[in-house]
Design a binder for this molecule. Structure first.
Ligand SMILES: [Zn+2]
Length: 481
């Protein structure tokens, strides 16, 4: 039997502000539990929230980047439900008046563009973090539970896609692009391991030709690209099998279990949950002026797909390399600041992709926190060009710059790494090598040309890699004649 699939994704993103959504508490990650709280984010009676302006600005910025219409007027609502992670008994969120509406995101797959609608972008506050004690960390097997209110009240963005996604590949492409855009906008670090970028999915499967019923599954806990892929695939298969057996599907919430890579039912609902939303009486409604929107518009940088296309054209770099170089904004910034002061972009991208990325991965650090600046790299490339260091020595200088942040010139001086281009000196060394390897010389002279590289290697070894390789080649050939 053939099936059709409809997927909508809800993405929650913690915004990168210093303080929380409605109080002055810090949003720093990884501190001791319940050390960043106050009566407001703990929901004490009588306290009053104050809106974080920066979080509001960021939301407008994201909505603009996702091609949304920005509301003229917006308001916060209370979403009422009872759960221990919500001390007030309600979450301050947005209901019928979100900040951004009716946008879209164009994903590219096999050089074809597919447009995914963005239904809404709105703001809310994050809940506390529930920790289940015990070996597995799962609620069903826990010996007890704890609450960390440090997360409670952190500004949270909710981005809801239209159910335009037709398969797992599209879902993954959408999420990857969305994450990249948010990183380019510098509104969130989108760290998935720290739960700052979380995905829920709504999935409906129907037989080809049938109408979609209301029995979609809400799938929770898809918090890595791998889980997203596994969770969606499992759920599509599960629903298809039920339809194949002509059994009934339910409107239900399911949890993705990353251990078994399957989904488990959390609750079956008869109809959509009623949260009894009502306007938050402690916050004034907000008019968003066009001047305000225009101000924010100026802060939206060149977005990933546009920048990728431009860099490819401007610097004539291969598709593959340009994808790597623009994978993060900071990497693209690094590349372009080098290209501004050094005219060979291909050489720059090679050093970034082969050497810099290797070291960054090895040390697990981000390019923006690394000690090599564009000046470091370009100074070193110029030293190769003028022949004062060899390409081989450059590799070790690069590692040293990465470790210490010293300029290449200083490293060369300190370690005596300057390339040897003195003809007399090199001739002496070559004569020595020839004297030490009479058999090899005979082999060469009898026509075994491939031993030549061995002799070059010996000269390089004697000079600890500092001999000018081009010159060594020339002089050695002359001598052997
Ligand atoms: Zn607080």
């Amino acid at each position: 039997m053939e099936f059709e699939i409809k997927i909508g994704l809800e993405t929650h993103v913690e915004l990168l502000t210093d303080s929380k959504m409605f109080c002055g508490c810090s949003t720093k990650f990884g501190t001791a539990p319940n050390t960043q709280t106050c009566p407001i984010c703990l929901g004490h009676p009588g306290t009053l929230p104050v809106i974080n302006k920066k979080a509001f600005d960021y939301t407008i910025k994201v909505a603009l980047a996702l091609n949304c219409k920005i509301a003229n007027f917006t308001q916060f609502h209370r979403k009422n439900y009872f759960y221990p992670d919500l001390p007030k008994g309600y979450q301050i969120s947005q209901y019928d008046l979100p900040i951004g509406l009716n946008g879209y995101l164009d994903i590219k797959l096999n050089s074809k563009v597919k447009r995914i609608g963005i239904s809404r972008v709105h703001m809310e506050e994050d809940t506390a973090k529930l920790l289940h004690f015990g070996e597995t960390g799962r609620i069903s097997e826990a010996t007890g539970s704890g609450l960390d209110f440090n997360r409670c009240g952190i500004p949270l963005l909710e981005i809801v896609s239209a159910p335009d996604i037709k398969n797992v590949t599209q879902a993954k492409a959408y999420v990857m692009l969305l994450k990249k855009i948010l990183e380019y906008l510098e509104v969130s670090d989108c760290n998935m391991e720290e739960g700052k970028f979380r995905i829920d999915a709504n999935i409906s499967v129907k037989k080809l030709g049938d109408e979609y019923s209301k029995t979609r599954t809400e799938l929770k806990n898809l918090n890595s690209f791998r889980f997203l892929e596994k969770g969606l695939s499992y759920e599509i298969k599960r629903q298809s099998e039920i339809l194949n057996k002509s059994e009934k599907l339910y409107l239900e919430t399911r949890h993705f279990d990353s251990k078994t890579m399957t989904t488990k039912s959390m609750r079956i609902k008869e109809e959509a949950q009623d949260y009894r939303y009502f306007p938050e009486p402690d916050l004034v409604p907000i008019e968003i002026s066009r001047e305000w929107v225009d101000e924010i518009k100026k802060t939206v940088p060149e977005l990933p797909s546009i920048r990728t296309d431009r860099i490819k054209k401007q610097y004539d770099i291969s598709d593959n390399d340009v994808e790597i170089i623009t994978s993060t904004k900071s990497m693209a910034d690094f590349f372009e600041s080098c290209a501004k002061i050094y005219p060979y972009p291909k050489i720059i991208s090679n050093w970034i992709i082969r050497d810099l990325l290797y070291l960054l991965n090895q040390e697990q650090i981000q390019i923006e926190n690394c000690k090599i600046s564009s000046e470091h790299l370009v100074d070193m490339l110029k030293m190769i060009d003028t022949g004062s260091i060899s390409g081989k020595i450059a590799k070790s200088i690069f590692k040293e710059m990465f470790k210490t942040g010293k300029m290449p010139g200083d490293i060369v001086q300190e370690k005596g790494l300057e390339q040897i281009s003195d003809i007399d000196k090199l001739t002496d060394i070559i004569e020595q090598v020839l004297k030490e390897n009479p058999e090899i010389v005979t082999q060469y002279l009898s026509g075994k040309m491939q031993v030549f590289t061995f002799l070059v290697g010996q000269v390089m070894k004697k000079t600890k890699g500092k001999a000018n390789p081009k010159l060594v080649n020339e002089l050695l050939k002359k001598k052997l004649k």
